[in-house]
Design a binder for this molecule. Sequence first.
Ligand code: AMP
Length: 414
Amino acid sequence: MASKFQAPRGTFDVLPAQARARARLQAIADGIFQRAGYETIQTPSFEQTDPFERGVGKSTDIVRKEMFTFEDKGERSLTLRPEGTAPICRAYLEHGMHKQAQPVKLSYVGPFFRHERPQAGRYRQFHQLGIECIGTASPLADAEVIMLLSDLLGELGVPGVALRLGSLGSLDARAAYLEELKAHLHRHEGDLTPDVRERIDINPLRAFDSDDDRVQGVMASAPTMLEALSGEDAEHFAEVRALLDAAGISYEIDPTLVRGIDYYTRTIFSFVCDALRAQSEIGGGGRYDGLIEQLGGPATPAVGWAAGIERILLALDEEEPGAGRDAFVAIADPEQRGRAMALVTELRNAGFSAEMDLGGRGLKGQLKHADRIGAARVLILEADGSAQLRDMTSGEQRVADTGNLLGEMTGGEA
Ligand code: AMP
């Protein structure tokens, strides 16, 4: 019977079949992160609003329209975290991690919140996993984090993945470039849609994202940040590319690549998947050399990425089958309940998955139930104290010695 209550718009319940697929993804990711020395960090689901406004940027869609911001009872402004990097940088400073050996390599997973228009692959509560490599400007770090996301998608078997790569230059170079881009947009104001025109001075880079034909025409002749890259920025980008080439990771250079967050500097990248339609980005990130300083810390270069768990699962489009049970203990007589419970406990303590009937079924009903939950064997306790072990695949049944239960389970002596 359906209730009149539903999960809020843009949110969803993770049911057991999906939870299994998530657990598989998580186990693969954990292995990759651990082998590369990325240790887990967890930050709260909400933070003070300020780090997001400063870090993500006041002109971004995330801060302008998508944050779930509220006042607590002490009239402090709090925000359900829309992304993970600013909170991790806050934690890095709060816990003096800048005094540890650098770089500090961290991984995380958890729920994030954005008030977006819900559709397939875009939700208001979604889950990201990601890594951050904080405290090094080396292009090796850029290449390492990109390779780890590539490995993760490869090991999971996500089909049709492509990597797009760009560079935004350092903060100063980017500021100079943005002035040039704004001037270009102002010269072509007549060909721009109202929303792009309104944002010329707030967020000119987003014009590259417009679907409008005339705007795209204007952007085709716009200067790109890649053309404007100079000196150390250009060198850094060339080294990242050379390292990816050496690692055999293919990518496309995308001179118009932009991200919806302001803290990025130098390398940015995006993994897209053609199995996903409108929301084709499965994960992405880049370098954010100015963020920690913006949050009040020392100048600290860093690079990282986040990937959307729901998007990865959508791209994989497969369900993880249930694991079944090693054993089910059935009783022919209710008097055997206590004994059944003791045997189930013995099996569980020895590492087997085991269940018994909790619903007061007759023996026939118990066997049916054992079959439905995928029990490999059923131990039937008879009223006279004897027991039978039935193999549910072959249907074979034989007398069993419950005093040697573990031996019976492995088919030999205990
Ligand atoms: P971002 O934090 O915006 O760089 O996004 C990183 C990744 O998170 C994206 O590539 C998506 O896979 C995922 N993502 C971002 N926003 C959403 C959303 N509203 N719903 C589901 N996944 C999202």
